[in-house]
Design a protein around this ligand. Structure first.
Ligand SMILES: [Zn+2]
Length: 73
């Protein structure tokens, strides 16, 4: 997709990628903690709620966060 790149100072082709947001439960390696993480995600409407959307410039490789909606929770 075409997005304006601040580093290239021009509209360039970008790749989209989704990166999971770190959660407080991620630090808990216990089985109970893993279960809480799943429950937490379920309550919040599934995985996509916890994803950050990035676009990466295919020319210079600059990665920009491009969330829509719940950006600041
Ligand atoms: Zn660029």
């Amino acid at each position: 997709m075409i997005r304006y790149c601040k580093r290239c100072k021009a509209p360039t082709e970008h790749k989209e990628s989704l990166v999971r947001k770190p959660s407080s439960y991620d630090r808990d390696k216990s089985i109970a903690g893993r279960c809480m993480l799943l429950i937490h995600e379920f309550i919040n409407g599934g995985h996509y709620y916890n994803m950050n959307r990035y676009v990466t410039c295919t020319i210079c490789g600059k990665k920009v966060l491009e969330n829509m909606g719940n950006e600041f929770e």
